[in-house]
Design a binder for this molecule. Sequence first.
Ligand SMILES: [Fe+2]
Length: 206
Amino acid sequence: MSNDTIKSISPIVLPPLPYVDNALDPVISAKTIGFHYGKHHKGYVDNLNKLIADTEFAEMTLEKIITETAGKADKTAIFNNAAQAWNHAFYWRSLKPKGGGQPSAVLKTKIEASFGSVDACMKEWSAAAMGQFGSGWAWLVLDGGKLKVVKTGNAETPLTMGMTPLLTIDVWEHAYYLDYQNRRADYVEAVLDKLINWGFAADNLG
Ligand SMILES: [Fe+2]
């Protein structure tokens, strides 16, 4: 599945979850999905559609709205809701039931070339997820032919940094608080170990 699947023109739609709401249990409970997808993600999409109605942004793709509003102080609300709508759609696809394990051979070779080993990549990714102060995201990206780990605050996204996102982990508290309370490390470790969707990353490599 490529990034193209989450492109859409106004009204921006809430893409369906790629699995049933209890499919990630027990790492991420149906209760968390209910709030995270059904309230938070849906809220960003609904807010965005209200904000862009009858504006120049109404006919743009979600990606275009994000790049057109990034860094513009008078467009912060549109950027935040658009980027969060995109980031969440990408996050749901970054996970899958019975995920984790080892990446495919092609992706593994690229990871080894960039990080030394899959284990070193996972350690750096986990450290980025833990090191993001407050709300944000920890990403595996393709940047100039190399794989990198980057973290972004709040709604910020590598899409505006000339990077190709491959996978992401949401580290906003709403992603884990019901299941893990303040134990972000336990959530990150469990997601990387049991849910991360290496096939999605390989697809995004192009
Ligand atoms: Fe979230």
